[in-house]
Design a protein around this ligand. Structure first.
Ligand SMILES: [Zn+2]
Length: 328
């Protein structure tokens, strides 16, 4: 039953109140696409874990990865040892295999959100689910991995975005991520109202947005490169201390600027299929905007991440990053 939760949630045929037992604990649905796994006994090393997928509806590899984990829990191969909240983000967008329906869900995670509509309502439900979950498990360190795939190629196919917030990232996070096959880390330079930022900013969680390769439809994902990430998620479900690797294996970057689209007359001056983390030398013109003018690389080379010229007016069209040393 548990292994069918994703499919049935998408079909809206999961019986609202259907909870059940698995090895080491129970599972309880709280709302469509919101499932809590509760161990009968937590291990000492357990974290209170939020694992979210499908915040962008066409990013299917993480949904398949979580599906595999749930199947292993149901088969008794992963005895539960930590409280885990599993979230399917934008249900309607997942059904349509689109990034979003009306607006990008991953910019709406803030307490004073005033917008109305399907995505804002979904953001409010997901924020409440996270608030309630962390309130139920005050004794554990909080962790949130928001799993995505990118819409373009990348010099580093698997990387994490480290949201900007006061909470300090613990050193073991870098070791776990290195061991899980993450190749690069991008530190954010300012608040950005994403889901992982929400948990870090409002709940002091260890939180990241994980980009796990390239967008592909269901059934067309190569999950083999994500096997080390699956091991990390399994350790978290079991409440075991995950294995660590050398963080120096990863490349670290910090965002130095961002390009915003201010006018309808806006374009990025590099090829549409430019991979994430492509580096541009001083003097390169990166963008032209009818209102804001040109963006030109000054004295330090800049790497472009998440370029997207087709964003809504006022939204971010690209991040510009510089290399930084690994954390101590
Ligand atoms: Zn995404």
């Amino acid at each position: 039953m548990l292994s069918e939760w994703i499919e049935l949630s998408l079909e809206e045929t999961w019986p609202e109140s259907r909870s059940g037992r698995v090895r080491g604990g129970t599972y309880t649905p709280h709302a469509p696409g919101v499932l809590e796994l509760t161990p009968s006994e937590c291990r000492e090393t357990a974290r209170a874990c939020v694992l979210s997928v499908g915040i962008h509806g066409n990013e299917t590899a993480p949904i398949e990865l979580i599906g595999q984990c749930l199947a292993r829990v149901e088969a008794g191969l992963l005895p539960l040892g930590a409280p885990v909240l599993i979230l399917l983000g934008n249900l309607e967008a997942i059904r349509r295999a689109e990034r979003y329906v009306d607006t990008n869900l991953n910019r709406l995670f803030r307490h004073d959100l005033g917008e109305s509509g399907m995505e804002p309502d979904r953001a409010r439900l997901l924020m409440r689910a996270v608030d309630d979950f962390f309130a139920r498990h005050p004794e554990h360190e909080r962790l949130h991995y928001d799993l995505h795939t990118a819409i373009r190629d990348s010099r580093y196919p698997r990387f994490v975005v480290d949201p900007f917030a006061e909470t300090v990232t613990r050193p073991e996070q870098w070791r776990w991520l290195a061991q899980a096959g993450i190749q690069a880390v991008l530190h954010q330079h300012q608040h950005s109202w994403t889901f992982s930022h929400y948990s870090k900013h409002y709940h002091q969680a260890q939180a990241f947005t994980l980009e796990l390769g390239r967008v592909a439809p269901f059934g067309h994902n190569d999950l083999a490169p994500l096997a080390p990430m699956a091991r990390l998620l399994e350790a978290l479900l079991e409440g075991r201390e995950p294995r660590g690797g050398d963080p120096a294996r990863m490349a670290f970057f910090r965002v130095s600027h961002e390009i915003r689209r201010h006018s309808p007359d806006f374009r990025l001056c590099f090829a549409d299929d430019t991979p994430n983390f492509s580096e541009f030398p001083p003097g390169t013109r990166l963008a032209e905007d009818g209102e804001a003018g040109d963006v030109i690389v000054e004295e330090t080379p800049l790497s472009v991440v998440f370029p997207n010229a087709k964003v809504e007016l006022g939204a971010r069209a690209a991040l510009l990053a510089c290399p930084v040393p690994p954390p101590e």
